[in-house]
Design a binder for this molecule. Structure first.
Ligand SMILES: Cc1cc2nc3c(=O)[nH]c(=O)nc-3n(C[C@H](O)[C@H](O)[C@H](O)COP(=O)(O)OP(=O)(O)OC[C@H]3O[C@@H](n4cnc5c(N)ncnc54)[C@H](O)[C@@H]3O)c2cc1C
Length: 295
């Protein structure tokens, strides 16, 4: 039973409320996930809502010489439409523009997608590929965690009762980098990913991969990296035979399940197809930008 609804306009107030005793407080950003799960709340249990919409500090988008800083309350549609984000972090924009429909994207927030921690969450693989850091804040202070360490299981995150996710810091890409997000769903719009694949590579002057990050969504309880595949990529020029090896490794790393959307084998095949496409596109982008022309 919802007994109260708090709508603070300042972050400090929201953190105070989050830290106070009393009935459990459910945090709502855009509500596109939470309103659905509210139906499962026991009507006998008292809960209060803590609305984040309207807290301007959470809507920050700023750039400095090292990072882009995105507030947790930034709308997914804002990311999908931002040209500078596309030029710098194309995989993030590609994930954002494929999330739900524009109606959903205009409510949905970056922080909500992260804290909902669905294995299929579209923004999660690119955030891991770009080595995003999450700022988790309580009224006592804050801590910063790499995005890939935040996810503990489906819907389970490393967030304390009194904390909010406040900002996401993404380091600017190095020279010679290229990236891509590939998603497959049964329909083109309003579709949760059956598989999502994020790839980022840094090519050296001779076109060899110096750094690689691969993140898979919807094929394990949390988004996962493919450490063995990344090792295979390093030193290669991403030729077809090398891509085949990376795909083999990714399929071994994935732990897909069979559910209403897909069989396990179908998901495994999709990992191969999407990863092959993402690697080629990331390489093409890195080469097109040219070494030394990254930012
Ligand atoms: C029709 C439809 C289609 C969808 N399609 C997709 C899709 O294609 N891909 C996809 O990835 N998702 C999809 N979603 C899911 C959802 O829209 C996204 O996950 C969205 O980003 C959630 O953001 P939100 O602001 O609405 O989160 P909310 O629903 O407000 O919150 C989600 C969870 O995060 C917590 N939370 C939110 N913000 C914070 C914060 N700052 N600090 C701490 N906890 C916080 C909430 O307590 C809640 O547990 C879809 C949803 C709908 C209804």
């Amino acid at each position: 039973m919802i007994t109260n609804c708090h709508r603070p306009v300042h972050l400090e107030k929201a953190l105070d409320l989050r830290g106070t005793d009393g009935p459990k407080k459910l945090v709502i950003a855009g509500g596109t996930d939470l309103m659905v799960s509210l139906q499962e709340v026991d009507p006998e249990v008292e809960i209060e809502l803590l609305l984040l919409e309207g807290i301007r500090e959470l809507e920050e988008i700023s750039w400095n010489e090292k990072n882009i800083i995105l507030g947790a309350g930034v709308k997914v549609e804002t990311i999908a439409r931002d040209e500078k984000i596309f030029k710098t972090f194309p995989g993030l924009k590609e994930a954002a523009e494929q999330l739900g429909s524009w109606q959903v994207r205009n409510l949905a927030t970056l922080g909500g997608n992260i804290c909902n921690a669905a294995p299929s969450g579209d923004l999660l693989p690119p955030l891991i590929v770009y080595d995003a850091k999450l700022e988790l804040t309580s009224s006592k202070g804050n801590r910063v965690l790499p995005a890939e360490d935040f996810f503990l299981g489906p819907g389970m995150i490393d967030l304390k009762e009194d904390e909010l996710l406040t900002r996401i810091l993404i380091p600017l890409p190095e020279k010679g980098s290229g990236s891509r997000y590939e998603k497959f769903g049964i329909r083109e719009a309003m579709e949760i990913a059956i598989v999502g694949v994020g790839v980022g590579v840094v090519l050296g002057k001779e076109g060899k991969v110096e750094k690689a990050r691969i993140a898979l969504g919807a094929v394990a309880p949390t988004p996962i990296r493919v450490p063995e595949g990344e090792k295979i990529a390093i030193g290669s020029t991403l030729e077809d035979n090398q891509i085949k090896e990376i795909i083999r490794s990714a399929k071994e790393t994935a732990r897909p399940i069979c559910d209403i959307r897909s069989s396990e084998n179908y998901r495994e095949d999709l990992v191969g197809i999407l990863l092959g496409r993402a690697l080629k596109k990331a390489k093409e982008r890195a080469l097109k930008k040219g070494w030394g022309k990254c930012k």
